[in-house]
Design a protein around this ligand. Structure first.
Ligand code: NAP
Length: 312
């Protein structure tokens, strides 16, 4: 099968392209900078980069690029708007263009990346615009499948890698607010396996899969596990939410990509959890425990649990 993939140069996209390739399919990978795809993906056979920005590419051109494919995997998304066309343009208008182009090209199968926490009355703009994009996909008449992951970790994630970088050099790790909101982290390879398998499972058409690991953790529990896996002892500095919001506003005024945004602070204030049962039974996957990944990626460590990991 030939698959048209967006977001293939990203953290999740690289794994998705590799697993699609391992399943014997070819991919056309859309990127604003195809050199990025080429640079990162030379080791993956059957990937052909094509240039395009989903916020301004014409639907005719997008349809022409999709023409020889049998399925679309639409992964594009942003978490920080600054310096990009913004959530509405990338998530909502981007989904609309992708759907229109797929229809024009005569494609039926459309596998769409959304996010856990996405819902009609979501508070965060990221979730609101991901929900609006879902609605476009659900009303498209295409053979869609939607995945809604909680936080995704892996070799190139920004979450664990950023905090591991801080833990290597600083005596304390910053946590916004009480850090008690629960997340259900899932390994990038597990997410990618489900995307690749969805191409071959017609029973996934018209379904939404909440996509999380087997266990929920608070941010503070994740930080404790991380530093323990590195064989370090660190303190945790809880930054009051009001101060963090002020900082986020300031970062937004300064040049460059902000380390965090107000929208992210809003999302951290909510639990982001799900039942991974339907995902596991449908796709026949067992999910990698995060502790196992952390031990292999960051260090040294013995069997630990979030409750027993040292504090300082
Ligand atoms: N990471 C997580 O924890 C997580 C959790 C839930 C859901 N998700 C969703 O999963 C998807 C992938 O996330 P990720 O972590 O892999 O993100 P990422 O590493 O930041 O990659 C984003 C991808 O989107 C592409 N992109 C961005 N704007 C574009 C545009 N205007 N036109 C074309 N391509 C564009 C980028 O391609 P180029 O730069 O090459 O153009 C890149 O390949 C996103 O939809 C995200 O919302 C992620």
């Amino acid at each position: 099968m030939k698959v048209f993939v967006t977001g293939g140069s990203g953290h999740v996209g690289e794994s998705v392209l590799r697993l699609i390739s391992e399943a014997g399919h070819e991919s056309r990978a859309l990127s604003r900078d195809p050199e990025l795809v080429k640079a990162h993906l030379t080791t993956i056979p059957g990937v052909y980069p094509v240039r395009g920005d989903i916020t301004n590419i014409s639907i005719d051109l997008l349809a022409a690029l999709m023409a020889k494919s049998q399925a679309v995997v639409h992964l594009v998304g942003i978490i920080i708007e600054k310096g990009t066309p913004g959530f509405d343009a990338v998530h909502v208008e981007g989904a609309r263009r992708m759907v229109e182009a797929a229809k024009q090209a005569g494609l039926k199968r459309f596998i769409h990346m959304s996010a856990l926490g996405t819902r009609e009355n979501a508070v965060a703009r990221y979730h609101q615009t991901k929900f609006a994009a879902e609605q476009i996909v659900r009303e498209s008449g295409l053979d869609w499948t939607i995945f809604r992951p909680s936080i995704i970790y892996g070799e190139k994630d920004e979450f664990l890698n950023t905090f591991a970088g801080i833990a290597r050099i600083a005596p304390a790790l910053p946590i916004i607010g009480p850090g008690k909101g629960k997340l259900q982290p899932i390994w990038v390879e597990d997410v990618a396996r489900c995307f690749a398998k969805a191409l071959e499972l017609p029973e996934t058409i018209g379904q939404i899969y909440e996509t999380g690991g087997d266990q929920a953790y608070s941010v503070e529990e994740i930080m404790r596990l991380l530093v323990a896996s590195m064989g370090k002892r660190r303190m945790f500095l809880h930054l009051p939410v009001s101060i963090a919001r002020l900082q986020a506003r300031l970062f937004n005024l300064l040049p460059g990509k902000p380390p965090f945004t107000e929208d992210q602070i809003t999302m951290l204030g909510e639990d982001n959890v799900c039942d991974p049962g339907p995902l596991k039974s449908t796709f026949g996957v067992s999910l990698r425990p995060m502790e196992d990944y952390m031990r292999e990626r960051f260090g040294k460590t013995p069997a630990i649990s979030a409750k027993t990991a040292p504090t300082a």
